[in-house]
Design a protein around this ligand. Sequence first.
Ligand SMILES: [Zn+2]
Length: 304
Amino acid sequence: MRRLLLVLLAIVALLPADAGAAKKIQVVTTIPDLADMTRKVAGDLADVSSIATGVEDIHAVPMKPKFAVLLNRADVVILMGLEAEHAFLPALLDASRNPKIRRDAPGYIDASVYVPVLEVPTRLDRSLGDQHPMGNPHINLDPVRGKSMVRAIADGLARNFPEHASTFQKNAAAYTKELDAAIARWQQEAAPLKGKKLVSYHPDLIYFVERFGLEAFGTIEMRPGIDPTPSHVADLIERMRQAKVEIVVRERHYPAGLAETVAKATGAKLVELPAMVGGVPEADNYIAFIDYNIRTLVKAATGG
Ligand SMILES: [Zn+2]
């Protein structure tokens, strides 16, 4: 008996690592926002893991061998799209050698497909910087676009697993209802932000700003991914003083010093915000993430 048990244990050890979980859909997302949305849509049908933890710069997530292994075993990969992940995803997909999730395969689920995109370049020019070649990809900061991302995830999963399509759609509808209630509440809570001018380090708040009635006055970066020059910073400070800009946002993955300098020189309030779920411990799911950003900005704008 004991011998049989040992033999069985040895056989299990020889099986591929994912054999026990073979019944669940293996999902890899690029960022935690997408992982949270996917868990809401797929429920118990999927095992979901995220490459980024949320504290990284989405344009520069460090690549690790374990991500290629994860992608090798994935049934689908879910990404923000619009080239947001260009610094790491294409190389990891190559390394994963998984035909199911190649860019032209059904398992490649782009969450941006139903989202209206802002800041689409009218001409291609290398001097314009290279982080936003398809337009601004930071769609996760706007919860209304978040609903479109949920729809893209549900449709993408249904395309790959039609047998579960009705479950995905039902779950997506329930989560969308939850988001609609939160959006109505956020519109009220964000009322003190209406008309406030804001400077951020990188242009990742434009969708948020548009949704909640603020004004994106400028960025500390010259252009997406292009570090500021001293003359750019001096000019920005001068223009901010004239326009009485009240808020400087440092997204938490950007350096603190320059944002502090700009805030001090202009008398603006310095606010530190996460750009993804997981960027601060309190923002541990998508609704909590938007909650955190609104609460933190309202507190700064109302002198808290
Ligand atoms: Zn960006």
